[in-house]
Design a protein around this ligand. Structure first.
Ligand SMILES: NC(=O)c1ccc[n+]([C@@H]2O[C@H](COP(=O)([O-])OP(=O)(O)OC[C@H]3O[C@@H](n4cnc5c(N)ncnc54)[C@H](O)[C@@H]3O)[C@@H](O)[C@H]2O)c1
Ligand SMILES: O=C(O)[C@H](O)[C@H](O)COP(=O)(O)O
Length: 382
């Protein structure tokens, strides 16, 4: 069995070494020629695969260790008899922590308390659903917009127009789709961007083309009341430096880049591989990865509960660091080829980041403990 894999998949050998010979390539270098001599592909989100690209290839299994699948032509591959597996929800908690950190940052910069604002969530699946639950636990008013789920009977959904009219903060968590009645390509087009309420915070950590980047750039030229956070870009790894400079926070598609999320993605694809090949699952992530519950944060017991929450959220993940790294890269070059490689380098060399569930916090009062638990922390001794 010849396995062709993205070099950025962690624990490849631990899970797959005895399943065949593994060839590693940068994800963007995995092309039709490389696929022609592989039986299986293990990918992340940067490798596009269509049925046409596999015409001369024996590949029958593709596993993408990611939530998103828009890089794969799913109908074409299914028609060609290629089995595709993805990793739903693998890094959803990381994205929630990214959004919480962005809210905290915008709150500090604008002086507006994020916990008093109404949040509109567009796309209420693995990420949006967890974000909605966390924010509601923390006492925020949350509006949810998910027409496909509404059609399947989900209650309490609002239209996008209602959400645009009522939400102070909009966070986008839809898949990128180009066809069908709920296509999300340019869901945030010029008209909707212009219709944002004064002072709106708009966060996109789904896929770049969900927001029309050129329209956004134009709208931000006219309006400085809207605060935009972008983790994903319409033409990434290409970036429009002017748009970056107009964003309140700008990061290189790392919202879900917790170590836990990446490792979970590999394990889920290993499990899908075993199922596809009719073989038992013989390996578990817990054999290879550091377990949860290993980090301790000591908080000042006398500090106010809101401070404890902010401090703990910052300790888990601080979006300002990723924003600073992207801006520093852009300050060094205006050359697009260098920007492409700089963008990919920031992702490849991403610092270690762990998710909240592996954090234990000691030394807090009861009010703080309730708040911290609502945000997803385990609180020692409570
Ligand atoms: N930036 C990152 O690091 C990162 C990490 C994880 C996921 N993502 C992206 O976020 C997306 C969402 O992730 P998820 O795990 O929540 O996916 P999901 O499939 O669990 O949920 C997506 C939800 O969007 C809804 N939806 C589809 N079309 C819609 C529309 N037009 N309007 C409103 N809702 C619509 C679906 O019904 C579904 O409930 C992924 O597809 C991926 O592209 C990005
Ligand atoms: O869809 C996903 O899971 C995320 O966008 C994921 O973080 C993408 O990571 P990449 O495949 O680009 O390394």
């Amino acid at each position: 069995m010849r396995i062709l894999a993205d070099e950025n998949i962690p624990l490849l050998d631990a899970f797959f070494a005895d399943q065949g010979s593994i060839t590693r390539l940068p994800g963007r270098a995995i092309d039709a020629a490389a696929m022609a001599s592989a039986d299986a592909l293990l990918l992340r989100s940067v490798t596009r695969v269509t049925a046409d690209m596999l015409q001369d290839s024996p590949v029958r299994f593709i596993g993408t260790c990611t939530i998103g699948t828009d890089h794969l032509d799913l109908p074409g591959l299914a028609a060609a008899g290629v089995h595709v597996a993805s990793a739903p929800g693998c890094n959803a908690r990381g994205v929630v922590e990214y959004v919480l950190s962005a809210l905290l940052t915008l709150s500090e910069r604008t002086g507006l308390d994020w916990r008093q604002r109404c949040v509109g969530i567009v796309g209420v699946g693995e990420v949006g659903g967890r974000l909605a639950a966390t924010l509601r636990n923390l006492g925020l008013r949350v509006l949810c917009c998910d027409p496909p789920r509404k059609e399947q009977g989900a209650a309490d959904m609002v239209s996008l127009e209602t959400l645009l009219a009522e939400a102070d903060i909009i966070s986008c968590h839809v898949p990128l789709t180009r066809q069908g009645s709920h296509a999300t390509w340019h869901l945030f087009n010029q008209a909707r961007l212009q219709a944002l309420r004064p002072g709106t915070w708009l966060i996109n950590s789904s896929r770049g083309p969900v927001v029309d980047n050129s329209a956004l750039n134009a709208v931000l030229t006219e309006r400085n009341d809207v605060h935009v956070v972008l983790d994903v870009w319409e033409h990434e790894p290409a970036l429009e430096p002017q748009l970056v400079s107009r964003c309140a926070l700008a990061t290189p598609h790392i919202a879900g880049y917790s170590l836990d999320g990446k490792l979970r993605g590999t394990e889920m694809i290993y499990q899908a591989w075993c199922s596809f090949n009719g073989q038992p699952v013989q390996r578990q992530l817990s054999e290879f990865a550091p377990t949860a519950g290993c980090n301790y944060l000591q908080l000042d017991p006398g500090a106010p509960a809101d401070w404890q929450l902010s401090h703990a959220l910052r300790w888990v993940y601080d979006v300002r660091d990723d924003d600073a790294r992207l801006r520093a890269m852009l300050a060094r070059t205006a050359d697009q080829a260098a920007i492409h490689s700089g963008f990919d380098r920031l992702r490849k060399d991403y610092p270690l980041r762990r998710e909240t569930p592996c954090v234990r916090i000691s030394g807090v009062e009861r009010t703080s403990a309730v708040l911290l638990k609502a945000a997803g922390f385990s609180v020692l001794g409570q």
